[in-house]
Each structure stands twice: as C-alpha cells, then as structure tokens.
Design a binder for this molecule. Structure first.
Ligand code: GLA
Length: 328
C-alpha cells in the first residue's frame, strides 16, 4: 500500500489558527509517501532522511518518549487511533526544509496507512491531537486540515473557528515560490507555546480575539500582550483582503498584504529572525515579485513569495495540490 500526504505552504494568516482565526494555506505538490505492508502489533518504518528507523510496538500508550524523535509523530497517530494493526515499510520525503509541515504530513500519511477513514476534518483533528501529545507543542489545526483537505489548483480559506474550508483558485498567471532561509528550527523548545499562552492571556481580558477590535485593546496594560493581540486582529483582516485580492487578480495588493503580514509577525508577534527578514527584503527587491513573508510558525525555516512566472530563480515553485490520499 502506498499513501501520499502533501506538505503545505501558508500564503497568509499565521499564528491565528489556535485562537479561532483565519488562515490561507494550500497543500503543495511535494510531500511524504509511505510504502508499507500491513502487519499485526507493530510499526516498522525506515526513512530516507533519518538513519534510525521507527520501531513501535502496538498499541501505543504514550508516544512522547518514543525514540528517535521523528517516530513520535507516527506513534502519536497510532496512539490516538488506538491502532493494534500496523505496518512495515519505508517513508520518503521531499519536504526537507522547515516550514512546510513535514510533521503534519507524516501524521496524516500514517493515519491513512493505518486504514483510518474519517472525514478530512476528523483526520485533521486526530492528527492535531497526536502532534500535541507526541511533541508537547500546542499546535493549531491549520497544517493537518490543509493537508487533509487540499484541492488541486486552489488555496484554502480556512475559518479555524467554524472549521469551514473554502477553496479559492490560485490565478494561473502567478507563481508561489518557497525559499529556504537555511535556518533550521523545530517548534519543540521554541517560543511557540509562549505565544499561544500570550494570546490566551489576552482572551481572558477581552474575550475571543476573533471578535475583538483594536479599540478593545485599550483594556490591556501589558504592551507585549497588546502587540500580540494587534497582530492577530490585523492578520485576520489581512487574510480576507488577501483572498479577495487574489480572486480579483489584484496581485500587487495581495503582495503588499504579505509584506504587511511579515512585518507584523516580526514586530508585533516577534517570531521572525534576522535571516528571515533579510530574505524577505531581498525577494521583495526582485523585479516581478509581488510580496514575500515567512510562512508557518517562524523562528527560521521557509519564506513564501508571490511572483510573476519566472521572476525568481532561487527557491522552488509549488503548485496547489490535492489532499492526502491512498495511491494504491
Ligand atoms: C505551526 C502550527 C500551526 C500554526 C502555525 C502558525 O505550523 O502547527 O498550527 O499555528 O505554526 O500559523
């Protein structure tokens, strides 16, 4: 049995999903393939990227201590699904760079390889719980839901409160380009959890950030919390404007919104780095580039750019692709 789960790139709307906000990712034409045979009582998976295999006895009681660390995402899904039948085989990945959700793609492909047949939303929720339990990172649902619901040729406007997914065609006269900053990172041990906690602290004062207005932030004394909240409120508005701009072919406006998003992630949410800022500036100074921003959690990893076809010779073009699926 072969299953494929795409990675994802987020065009705009970062650090909004875990407070019921709006995001605009797309599943991409790169991802993780599992080539496996079913067996009882265990998972044995060899990776083309890591030397140590995942050797996991089923059922899994606690995935967080599994070694090597990459195997935790596999064990987390097995634990979440209560799997007693597993598989033996190989995992191949072309999601080498941080920021394209390789962990979520591994989770979703594992769920399919274990025979889970829930709806895309059920798959996404199970895999989000698996990631949280296995890694300790309180991630939102964007990555798993984008990977489980991708639509060829479309980016996905996702309302992380209602969990409604609205595919929006990506114009064909524009390229989405991913460029690696070269700065490695993992969310484990990052300030991701702190940022989420700061947003929740704001919500304890002003109520759901999704409904909050900038004027509500007058109630917040702590300038750091105020800045975090401003990012979320403005970013939600940018997602709507970006989706509309893309739909009406106003690519310069869409690009400007990406740059504003990056600036807000850097200055208000403080999840950018010097390397990411420099890379975004360099890309934006290139003829034919409409805009660029960090994508995903930040702290390193990848940058996404919107550009006229052929304008960028670095990085790689990604195409909006279909959801995770069983291949054969
Ligand atoms: C990571 C998380 C997502 C989301 C992004 C930031 O990718 O897994 O849930 O919070 O960061 O937008």
């Amino acid at each position: 049995m072969r299953v494929f789960a795409p990675g994802r790139v987020n065009l705009i709307g970062d650090h909004t999903d875990y407070v019921g906000g709006l995001v605009f990712p797309m599943a991409i034409d790169r991802g993780i393939t599992l080539d496996v045979l079913p067996v009882s009582n265990r998972i044995e998976l060899r990776s083309d990227r890591f030397d140590e295999p995942a050797l996991i006895d089923l059922p899994v009681a606690n995935a967080s201590a599994i070694q090597p660390a990459w195997a935790r995402y596999v064990g987390g899904v097995a634990c979440e699904l209560g799997a007693t039948r597993g598989f033996v085989g190989h995992v191949f990945s072309d999601l080498a760079i941080a920021g394209l959700s390789s962990s979520a793609a591994l989770e979703v492909s594992t769920a399919l390889a274990l025979g889970y047949s829930g709806t895309p939303l059920e798959v996404a929720k199970a895999c989000q719980r698996a990631e949280q339990a296995a890694s300790g990172v309180p991630c939102g649902i964007m990555d798993q839901l984008a990977i489980a619901s991708g639509v060829e040729g479309s980016a996905l406007l996702i309302d992380c409160r209602s969990l409604e997914v609205s595919p929006r065609p990506v114009p064909t006269d524009v390229e989405v380009v991913v460029v690696d900053s070269g700065q490695q990172r993992t969310l484990v041990g990052s300030e991701y959890a702190l940022r989420r906690a700061q947003c929740e602290a704001v919500e304890a004062i002003v109520g759901p950030l999704r409904d909050a207005r900038l004027a509500d932030l007058d109630q917040i004394d702590d300038p750091t919390l105020g800045a975090r909240a401003r990012h979320v409120i403005n970013e939600n508005a940018r997602v709507v404007d970006f989706a509309d701009s893309l739909e009406s072919g106003e690519l310069s406006t869409a690009g400007e919104l990406m740059v504003e998003s990056h600036r807000s992630l850097a200055n208000e949410f403080e999840v950018s780095t010097d390397e990411l800022d420099e890379l975004v500036a360099e890309l934006c100074a290139t003829k034919g580039v409409y805009g660029a921003r960090l994508t995903g959690a930040g702290f390193g990893g990848a940058v996404v750019a919107l550009a006229a076809p052929g304008a960028l010779t670095r990085g790689f073009v990604v195409r909006a692709s279909d959801r995770a699926r069983v291949l054969d």
